[in-house]
Write a protein that binds this ligand. Structure first.
Ligand SMILES: [Zn+2]
Length: 319
């Protein structure tokens, strides 16, 4: 008898993934649709409803007691709305209310995708067993989330830990967010590739100019490619060290495509963290690659709606 399932939704700019997840983090049923990101808001919502309908067709659906949503941001968990940058049809879109209606009134928990990844890593991944952790996704953008005192720390709107948009370069390049010298502006995959190209790195015969290609060149000893990854590692290290100094984290977990560069990223990152995390209480800070992989979004959405996984008592929703 399954009575402790959660319906999880992972909503991004390219796909809407859904799953039924049990309370030990096993994914039992999956459904997925492409995100019609260029369409109007109702068309995007119909894709969400199609994912939910496919899950609801499973005999296991009867055991689902809540819905967890991890969405591309910004989100406003207190208002139950989402405004994903890459889904222009949704601005202040009342996703929580719409999902509640589509599921016959199930309680709905909404978090941003960085917080979702953090929940997944704390529940099942590299932050498991740590009471204080910063988890980050470094890919097209840079996102993150915090576990403090053993609990997922979402902040009032569900965006706490958004390390990609803190400034680590006071006079640095303008960032699309409106700030300047943000971690993301230096450490995201596209920015690693851009900087390497600007400094004279050239792709191989396949023409691949992604950060993964820059990582391969760095691994082969290319000094410009190496320097671009070292710059990214310094930006990440400064942001991680600042976070550790503010709230005393024990571990920084890093996932996303750029983390796939492995030691090309992690070796300089560990070195630079020693440069920036200098006070006695942050010197034991460690860095680890994320473990939950492509299911991080679904697991995190499920964790957000699973009280035991969040490290706190259930939240009761109304309205
Ligand atoms: Zn920014």
């Amino acid at each position: 008898m399954q009575s402790h399932l959660v319906a999880a939704l992972d909503i991004g700019g390219t796909k809407i993934a859904g799953a039924l997840v049990d309370d030990s983090g096993r994914i039992l049923v999956r459904a997925q649709r492409p995100t019609p990101a260029r369409e109007d808001g109702e068309t995007v919502m119909r894709a969400v409803e199609a994912v939910l309908a496919e899950l609801a067709a499973s005999p296991l659906w009867a055991g689902a007691g809540a819905v967890g949503i991890g969405s591309a941001g910004p989100v406003d968990a207190s208002a139950g709305t989402v405004s994903p940058v890459n889904v222009p049809g949704w601005r202040g879109y009342p996703l929580v209310e719409r999902v509640r209606r589509a599921t016959g009134g199930l309680p709905v928990e909404l978090v941003g995708d960085g917080v979702a990844m953090t929940a997944a890593e704390h529940w099942q991944g590299a932050a498991r067993g740590y009471d204080n952790a910063l988890c980050m996704v470094v890919s097209t953008g840079v996102g993150g989330g915090l576990v403090l005192g053993g609990r997922l720390h979402t902040g009032p709107t569900g965006n706490a830990g958004h390390i990609g948009h803190i400034s680590v370069d006071l006079d640095g390049d303008p960032c699309p967010c409106g700030g300047r010298g943000c971690v993301e502006r230096i450490a995201s995959g596209p920015n690693i590739a851009r900087r390497a190209l600007e400094n004279g790195w050239r792709p191989g015969p396949d023409g691949d100019t992604t950060a993964a290609a820059v990582a391969a060149a760095a691994r082969a000893g290319d000094p410009v490619a190496t320097a671009s990854f070292e710059r990214a590692a310094r930006a990440l290290a400064a942001g991680i060290a600042a976070t550790a100094t503010l709230v005393e984290i024990d571990v920084a977990v890093i996932g996303g495509g750029v983390a796939g560069a492995g030691e090309v990223l992690f070796a300089p990152l560990r070195r630079f963290i020693r440069d920036y995390a200098t006070l006695s209480f942050v010197q034991r800070l460690t860095v680890a690659p994320a473990l939950t992989g492509t299911d991080a979004g679904l697991l995190g959405a499920a964790a957000a709606a699973t009280p035991a996984a969040r490290g706190r008592a259930p939240v009761t929703f109304s309205g």
